[in-house]
Design a protein around this ligand. Structure first.
Ligand code: PEP
Ligand code: MN
Length: 457
């Protein structure tokens, strides 16, 4: 196809790539399915189903990410560590959306720039694990790898990978997406009515007061603008919302990869903005090979062991044409390591003149275990890593363009600290995550306020 029909910046077709070419590379973190015939049947079924998103939406998001790379927008990406099939419910989906909308309002107001809103949902069902197996009381079983692969119960049948779970995961993703789209199109995300986003379970909280004060100010501003222009401020009636997940389970992702002639090339149409996890980010690995050929905007998690050379090589593979909006790096170093590890990476990318969006995930480098056996994260460490991230970027002359968080709108006690000063004993009250600990509503809002405060200094 000619250059004219290409969208955004012209790119070259990736050479010798097919949706299946990852199969020739070392593939980490994938399940071993016991029955090839069942797997093949499932993948055939998945290939025939309609897509969950469109290439138009994907390219619109890519444009927004390109603007974030220029400092004109800020990215807010958040949701569960692992969605579960059971949590695909009206309440969980709408509460999570409410928190993200409230956070984005705080950010728009405080940063004075539009926010790119991206959920970790509608497909966040496959998990990488640091160990292939788990031993409890002398019994060893394969690890839980997300509801799309196996079940979290500690029993042998539950832990056998079942390909049919991919069909269920696809359906749950479609239901989640459908409900989010309906809420947003129906007016739920209308800036005239931020009171729609209040969570019923939240009692009195100092943060909520600060938030309500700010919302009242925004309501006044909207009414003022409408009085001046004599019309409703229409683009405030609805917001854009995009989806993302870790595209870990490559057989599934392959089945959702479709050629879109109108937009020249292959797209993953199960999500707008897939990312590569830290454990599968090797430049010669299967995941990088798969991502190389899709035209979605993509992200890569960057952990403390990555060297500047490795980072530049991965840019060569994933964004050889330096396309705007294409590549995001989500650094997740931990509060202890960020000052040592991040500056060299920022310098290398900057010196080479490469275009990326830098995002901070202050969750995954700050995971620890408590004496009473919970996987948790301290709010202080999360906040410190974020503040340090802003400082490191300022010192390097680069820009922190977004934040990536694990959060929920449910009343959980999974992370320590925050405005209510949750302690280790509180973790016993409402710890529901099947994998990593999430920020609850107040902690999430507090992170948004912390970003705004840091930005003002
Ligand atoms: C995650 O985002 O849930 C995750 C596993 O992150 P990472 O790949 O950065 O460890
Ligand atoms: Mn996680």
């Amino acid at each position: 196809m000619s250059n004219k029909s290409r969208n955004l910046h012209p790119v070259n077709l990736p050479s010798e790539w097919a949706p299946t070419s990852w199969r020739g590379r070392p593939a980490l973190q994938l399940p071993q399915y016991p029955d090839q015939a069942v797997l093949d049947g499932v993948l055939g079924e998945l290939r025939a189903l309609p897509p969950l998103v469109t290439s138009w939406e994907i390219l619109a998001l890519k444009q927004q990410i390109a603007e974030a790379q220029e400092g004109k927008r800020f990215l807010l990406q958040g949701g569960d560590c692992a969605e579960t099939f059971d949590s695909c419910s009206s309440e969980v989906i709408s509460n999570r959306l409410k928190v993200l909308l409230q956070m984005s309002l705080v950010l728009v107001h405080g940063l004075r720039k539009p926010v790119v809103r991206v959920g970790r949902f509608a497909g966040q069902y496959a998990k990488p694990r640091s160990s292939d197996s788990e031993t409890i009381d002398g019994v060893t079983l394969p690890s839980y790898r997300g509801d799309m692969v196996n079940a979290p119960e500690f029993s042998e049948p539950a832990r056998i990978p079942d390909p049919r779970r991919m069909v269920k995961g696809h359906a749950r993703s479609a239901m989640t997406m459908n409900f989010v789209r309906a809420l947003i199109d129906g007016g739920f995300a209308d800036l005239h009515h931020p009171e729609y986003w209040n969570l019923s379970w939240v009692g009195h909280s100092p943060l909520a007061d600060e938030y309500r004060h700010m919302v009242a100010g925004i309501g006044d501003a909207v009414r003022f603008m409408e009085t001046l222009s004599g019309a409703e401020v229409h683009n405030l009636n609805r917001v854009d919302f995009y989806t993302s997940h870790e595209a870990l389970l490559l057989p599934y992702e392959e089945s959702q990869t479709r050629e879109v002639p109108r937009h020249w090339g292959w797209f993953n149409l199960s999500t707008h903005y897939p990312w590569i996890g830290m454990r599968t980010a090797a430049v010669d690995g299967a995941h990088v090979e798969y991502f190389r050929g899709i035209r979605n905007p993509i992200a890569l998690k960057v952990g403390p062991s990555v060297t500047p050379d490795q980072l530049l090589r991965v840019i060569d593979v994933l964004n050889p044409d330096d396309e705007a909006g294409r590549l995001t790096f989500i650094h997740r170093m931990g509060a202890k390591h960020i000052a040592d590890k991040l500056p060299a990476l920022l310098d290398a990318v900057k010196r080479d003149g490469r275009r990326v969006l830098w995002v901070c995930d202050p969750m995954h480098g700050n995971t620890e275990s408590t004496a009473n056996g919970y996987k948790t994260r301290r709010f202080d460490n999360i906040g410190r890593e974020l503040e340090l991230a802003f400082d490191m970027h300022a010192a390097a002359g680069t820009r922190l363009g977004g934040v990536h968080l694990e959060l929920t709108g449910e009343d959980v006690t999974e992370c320590l600290g925050g405005a209510r000063e949750l302690t280790e004993t509180d973790l016993e009250r409402a710890y529901h995550s099947t994998v990593d600990p999430r920020l609850n509503y107040e902690q999430a809002l507090e992170v948004a306020m912390l970003i705004v405060r840091k930005h003002a200094t």
